[in-house]
Ligand binder design. Structure first.
Ligand code: BGC
Length: 345
């Protein structure tokens, strides 16, 4: 069980108090902000002692000013909703177009910008959020609970639950940027990635899924065996050009929920990071829009200097009947679990 403590992290520009929670378990520790439920640090034992492997900002003001989603919890709907609108039960719901023609990561003020309630429960950190009916254009009042747990064997678990009083859409994830060489390393070096998926969802020039499920065989997306990320990025493929790098949903299951499954394994710097999930997809995103962003402790986060492993229901699922459903029925429970386990290689 982790040792849990809490300190103040200042106030948002609107005057809301924000706390920084710390969970320590053996040689591992994490810090989580009540602002955006952000995973601010993930310190793991490494050759030099302790290494922080997730990117983040130094101050609350910097978190508020950026739009990279560093470490944040994402909702109500992770990734893109094409055309920034959807129909549900015969009603049309317009949303904010905050990413070209799409609605990205929940809209203008997604869960990544909310101040969550937090409490300790049995050595875990429980974050809760009340999202009112109509927030960011989505129907139904949604009660959300995300629990962060950390164990001495280096397993960080995120358990996501939600319930709405009306039919709505729900697809929650975490947007941590990892670099196993250390958050401030500045490049991916020779880190490798393995993603246990036979297909990706093809996307168009707006990063919206076309509906086609593209087998990875013979493409840079064939990561079923470990591949050096830099070598994969250097390959020639129209989907990589469109994404400005890897920024794709890999298909893990065809159902909205599956058994816990190893989705991805990354290695580098003497460490191994495994991502397990019950979600049907994982967005592998190689930080293609970072451009020397200011980070923690004076770090500078350059182009493709980290990667995100965002477990999710497939992007734009509401517009594709062949995708797992993203509809959460009123009164039903939304629940999924993702773990990130870091061990020595
Ligand atoms: C998306 C990227 C986007 C990024 C924002 C990712 O989940 O797939 O296209 O730029 O989030 O940081």
């Amino acid at each position: 069980m982790a040792n849990v403590s809490c300190q103040s992290f200042g106030k948002t520009k609107e005057g809301q108090e924000v706390d920084l929670w710390t969970l320590c378990a053996g040689d591992y520790s994490i810090q989580v902000l009540t602002y955006g439920g952000i995973l601010r640090s993930f310190c793991v034992p490494a050759a030099e002692g302790s290494r922080d492997i997730v990117l983040g900002c130094e101050t609350l003001g910097e978190y508020e000013a950026q739009d990279r989603y560093f470490g944040a919890l994402i909702g109500r709907v992770a990734n893109r909703i094409g055309g920034a609108c959807f129909d549900l039960n015969g009603k049309h719901y317009p949303l904010a177009a905050n990413n070209g023609p799409n609605c990205l990561h929940g809209g203008l003020r997604g869960f990544d910008r909310a101040v969550w309630e937090a409490r300790e429960e049995d050595g875990s950190l429980v974050l809760t959020l009340h999202s009112p009916d109509g927030e960011e254009g989505f129907p139904g009042t949604l009660e959300v609970q995300v629990t962060y747990s950390l164990t001495e064997d280096g397993t960080l678990t995120l358990d996501y639950q939600a319930r709405s009083d009306q039919d709505t859409l729900c697809n929650l994830t975490n947007h941590s940027y990892f670099n196993l060489l250390g958050h401030a390393h500045g490049s991916l070096g020779d880190q490798k990635i393995q993603i246990l998926a036979d297909a990706i969802t093809e996307m168009d020039e707006n990063s919206t899924p076309t509906g086609t499920i593209l087998p990875v065989e013979g493409t840079p997306f064939d990561l079923r065996e470990p591949v050096e990320i830099g070598k994969g990025l250097a390959m020639d493929h129209i989907q990589l050009k469109m994404g400005n790098g890897y920024d794709h949903n890999f298909v893990l299951h065809h159902q909205p929920k599956g058994p816990m499954k190893l989705a991805a394994r990354a290695t580098g710097g003497g460490l191994c990071l495994e991502c397990w999930t019950t979600q049907p997809g994982i967005q592998f995103y190689t930080a293609n829009f970072l451009e020397g962003d200011a980070g923690k402790g004076g770090a500078c986060y350059g182009f493709r200097s980290a990667y995100c492993l965002e477990t999710q229901i497939w992007p734009d699922a509401i517009h594709h009947s062949n995708f797992p459903s993203v509809v959460l029925r009123g009164g039903e429970n939304y629940h999924h679990t993702t773990t990130y386990r870091v061990t020595a290689l």
